[in-house]
Design a protein around this ligand. Structure first.
Ligand SMILES: NC(=O)CC[C@H](N)C(=O)O
Length: 227
C-alpha cells in the first residue's frame, strides 16, 4: 500500500505521519510537497497536523485555497481514503471536504495531552480494527479544536453515523463531544487527536496504530487478490 503525506508550509507532524505509515505499519510512503504533488497512484492520502501558513486568518484557511485541494477533491470523489489529522482536519473543513468549522478551544489555551476517545463508529475503513464503544488513549495538541456545526448538520452527522470518535471528557468545547467525523461517502476522515503519535507503546500509547492497520486491511481486502 502506498501513502502520500502532503506537506504544507508550516506542517509539523508530517514526519510522525510518515513514520506511522512507513516504519510502524511497514508500507510505502512519500512526503509530498503541496506545490509539486501528484496524488495519482497513491492508495491513501494523509494530511498531517501543524500550523500551515502559521494559522493566519484561520487554521487551515490559507492551505485550503491551494491547488492541491482540487486534487484532494478528485481523489476523494474516486473513493481514495483521505485522513486529515488536527491541522489536516482543519484543512478538510476549510476546503468543504468535511462539514463544520473549528473554533478556538473554549479555554482559549493550546492544549497538549492525552485524551480518552470513544470509538463511536467502527464500521469505517479507518476504524474496522476497533470495537464499537472502545475507549482509546490518543494525544491532542491544538488551540483550534472546538468543533462547531449547526443543528441541521449535527442531526445529519448523527443520522448517517458520521461521528467516528468522541471525547470521553470534552477538553475543548466541541459540539456533541466530537473528536472526529467522516464524510457521507465514508472515505474522508478528519480528527483532532493524533493517532500517528500513538503507534507504539514507547509513545505512551499504541491505540492509534489500529487506525493505520484498519486502512491497510481494508485496502488489502479490496485490492489484493486472495487477501
Ligand atoms: N497539531 C496541530 O495540528 C495544531 C493544529 C492547529 N494549528 C491548532 O493549533 O489548532
Amino acid at each position: 500500500m502506498k501513502f502520500a503525506v502532503v506537506v504544507f508550509p508550516g506542517s509539523n507532524c508530517d514526519r510522525d505521519m510518515y513514520y506511522a505509515a512507513k516504519d510502524a505499519l511497514g508500507e510505502e510512503a512519500d512526503l509530498v510537497w503541496y506545490q509539486e504533488a501528484n496524488l495519482d497512484g497513491y492508495d491513501a492520502i494523509l494530511i498531517p497536523g501543524g500550523f500551515s501558513y502559521g494559522d493566519y486568518l484561520r487554521s487551515g484557511a490559507i492551505a485550503s485555497t491551494s491547488d492541491i485541494v482540487k486534487q484532494l477533491r478528485t481523489q476523494a470523489e474516486k473513493g481514495i481514503p483521505i485522513l486529515g489529522v488536527c491541522n489536516g482536519f482543519q484543512i478538510l473543513l476549510e476546503s468543504g471536504l468535511l462539514p463544520g468549522a473549528m473554533l478556538r478551544n473554549q479555554n482559549l489555551k493550546f492544549m497538549c495531552h492525552f485524551e480518552n476517545l470513544v470509538v463511536e463508529n467502527n464500521d469505517t475503513l479507518f476504524t474496522s480494527k476497533y470495537q464499537k464503544g472502545e475507549v482509546v488513549s490518543i494525544p491532542i495538541a491544538h488551540h483550534d479544536g472546538n468543533y462547531y456545526c449547526d443543528e441541521e448538520t449535527l442531526a445529519k452527522l448523527k443520522e448517517n453515523n458520521q461521528i467516528v470518535f468522541s471525547y470521553q471528557n470534552n477538553p475543548n468545547g466541541s459540539v456533541a463531544d466530537i473528536a472526529g467525523i467522516i464524510n457521507e461517502q465514508g472515505n474522508v476522515l478528519g480528527m483532532m487527536p493524533h493517532p500517528e503519535r500513538a503507534v507504539e507503546a514507547i509513545l505512551n500509547s499504541d491505540d492509534g496504530f489500529k487506525l493505520f492497520q484498519s486502512m491497510l486491511e481494508n485496502w488489502r481486502e479490496r485490492y489484493v487478490a486472495g487477501a
